[in-house]
Design a protein. Structure first.
Lengths: 320, 320
């Protein structure tokens, strides 16, 4: 159904394009077109250039950077920051691992919780539908707030310094449930569910063998919402994580000012080799290199992200 | 009275039947329900801390909560007599008000521009470029901005000095930050919001435009008399819902972007950052939870008012 809506939209667009070519006065003037293009091009440039600048800085030679400051066209290029991360950045690679682990586990748990809950809500025969809808509506209106959450997570659930403190608070939210429920309702015809029920399928089988395969685009959308949320999360780490071994990448970036010094000092305490290593450490470029490697997966998955986010936006907009 | 007891008894039998009939769906929605119990409803008890002289002294959170002295509104009195409170509330509301107005104006204009340009290939490129910042975390964005604003090595100061100006100490001068914060919030969010409006524009029935073209309407007239009036419901709803969140600040924008710089607090301190700092640095649980409760309560009232207005304007789009 959602695919049909999309393809219908595409067709409409194509038709409008054909018509526009047919009757010239429905098109904007060439001069206006140029002005519009310039405005959009400038804005697009402003949107991407800061990140490109960071990439350039990460490939700049540390010495020429200290001399000239950050430059769009560096005097000398260097891969040293990346080499350093691979050869001596155990902390950084460890943080990368933490982020990947949290993202994968969190996304799987989140998809399971969101999927099952949304599926139950999407079933018209479910007697407790109203109750469970209220359960997810109230938190959208009134929440305990930061302090209350902090006290519950650290003092009642005892999750401080545990990876679960990074995973559990983010795995479910009312918005995702509503988007997915709407998707289930629009993409899975009642007839399919009913005939499966008549054939004696249990709700689990219905959910795992019929609903999930049919609702893959919707699940992919929620999966990407969750993945992005976990990958970019630093807030929960800032609140709940003091354990130096379990720091995710984004939080490492926050701490890096002090932790780079710490790294250097620590190495220096290790002896002659350490002093050499500390002296050789590219302090400025390494920060930017970590920013780049922490964003790389998002850049690679960008086409997916964009497509499914747009999907999620248009699906979520349909109510009931 | 008797009829009542009869009625109350009858559902008892039904209750078990209903439970049995819905057993499978109930089990499917239970994991999510438990999550909401722990992460959304249990924290509501944490609100009580705002009325207490709360001290953590072993024995568990609830034990501490009920044994600590009840001071009623003393925490609130402290909060509002500190003088900070009004600056923080003013910052939160004024920034959010600006974001709400720009958050409609900028994306609507961009969506119109994107929709009108002739080369649809370029449209895709512009859209993808402007969507990019949305996928970056505020930590990454703060590094991107730092590359320009770094007082010693930053690009802006290099340019200023090249033209013979005095370098600016960006992270201590308050006067630039209202602009930087507003600019960056639009920079990060405009791509996402543009997609929302572009989707609604694509959904407008083509026959309106065909009829208008037959009547000899210019492009500008089409926008003024067809596109904008048809976008009005979407704009109204999003606008009103945004007003519901006027007391909620984007924590990353106000904390990470200015790098938590002390001299900038007068223009960057908002409710969320205030609560966080009070919790993490000074450990004033009572006062910060008073601020958090104030935020939640006013937020709740705002959402209820917003929803009331939405249901008056267009019942279809009301939250509940």
């Amino acid at each position: 159904m959602a695919d049909k809506v999309m393809s219908k939209r595409k067709m409409e667009k194509r038709m409008r394009k054909m018509e526009a070519e047919g009757c010239k006065y429905n098109q904007i003037k060439t001069s206006t077109n140029i002005v519009f293009n310039i405005i959009l091009a400038v804005l697009s440039f402003i949107c991407v250039i800061p990140f490109i600048f960071v990439v350039i800085i990460s490939f700049t030679d540390e010495a020429s950077l200290t001399m000239n400051g950050y430059r769009f066209i560096p005097e000398k290029l260097s891969l040293y920051a990346y080499e350093y991360i691979i050869s001596a950045g155990e902390n950084i690679l460890k943080s990368y691992g933490v982020t990947i682990l949290v993202t994968v586990v969190g996304t799987i748990i989140g998809l399971l919780l969101t999927g099952t809950y949304a599926y139950a809500l999407s079933r018209k025969t479910y007697s407790y539908r109203k109750f469970f809808t209220t359960v997810i509506t109230i938190p959208m209106l009134f929440s305990g707030g930061m302090i209350a959450n902090y006290l519950i997570v650290t003092k009642v659930l005892m999750l401080k310094d545990s990876l679960w403190a990074l995973i559990l608070p983010l795995c479910l939210n009312s918005f995702n449930i509503i988007v997915l429920r709407t998707f289930f309702k629009t993409s899975i015809p009642d007839a399919v569910v009913e005939s499966a029920k008549i054939d004696g399928a249990s709700e689990w089988r219905l959910f795992f063998q019929i609903v999930i395969p049919m609702a893959l685009p919707g699940l992919a959308t929620i999966g990407l919402f969750l993945t992005l949320g976990y990958w970019n999360d630093w807030f929960n780490a800032m609140m709940y994580m003091d354990n130096k071994d379990l720091i995710p990448l984004q939080y490492l970036l926050i701490q890096i000012e002090s932790s780079i010094d710490w790294l250097a000092n620590n190495k220096a305490a290790m002896g002659v080799d350490g002093i050499v290593a500390a002296a050789n450490m590219p302090k400025e470029t390494i920060k930017m290199a970590i920013v780049v490697i922490s964003t790389l997966p998002i850049i690679f998955a960008y086409p997916f992200f964009q497509r499914y986010f747009v999907n999620g936006l248009t699906v979520g907009a349909v109510k009931e | 009275m008797r009829a009542n007891t009869k009625k109350a008894k009858k559902p008892d039998g039904n209750f078990l039947n209903r439970l049995r009939a819905n057993k499978e769906l109930l089990i499917l929605s239970l994991p999510g329900g438990i999550w909401f119990l722990f992460f959304a409803y249990l924290p509501l008890f944490g609100i009580l801390v705002a009325f207490k002289k709360f001290r953590l002294s072993g024995g568990g959170f609830f034990y501490n909560l009920f044994t600590s002295e009840t001071v009623w509104f003393d925490n609130f009195k402290f909060l509002f007599s500190s003088g900070d409170a009004w600056i923080i509330v003013r910052n939160t509301v004024l920034y959010n008000f600006t974001f709400i107005i720009l958050g409609v104006a900028v994306p609507v204009v961009l969506a119109l521009l994107l929709n009108e340009i002739k080369n649809k290939g370029m449209m895709k490129i512009y859209q993808s470029s402007m969507f990019l910042p949305y996928f970056l975390s505020w930590v990454v964005v703060s590094y991107c901005v730092f590359a320009f604003l770094n007082p010693e090595k930053g690009y802006f100061n290099a340019v200023i000095q090249q033209f013979g100006g005095e370098p600016i100490s960006w992270y201590t001068e308050t006067k630039y930050w209202p602009f930087i914060i507003i600019f960056m919030s639009q920079w990060k969010g405009m791509g996402y919001n543009t997609v929302v409006y572009l989707a609604s524009i694509c959904g407008i029935d083509n026959t309106y435009y065909e009829a208008a073209v037959l009547d000899g309407a210019t492009k500008w007239q089409q926008i003024k008399y067809i596109t904008l009036p048809l976008l009005k419901p979407v704009i109204t709803i999003l606008l009103i819902m945004a007003f519901g969140g006027i007391f909620k600040a984007d924590f990353g924008l106000f904390y990470q972007l200015p790098k938590n710089s002390g001299p900038l607090y007068p223009v960057t301190n908002v409710l969320d950052t205030y609560v966080f700092r009070a919790l993490k640095t000074s450990g004033e649980i009572g006062m910060s939870s008073a601020a958090a409760l104030f935020q939640s309560t006013v937020g709740f009232v705002m959402i209820m008012i917003a929803n009331k207005i939405v249901s008056k304007v267009d019942n279809e789009n009301a939250l509940f």
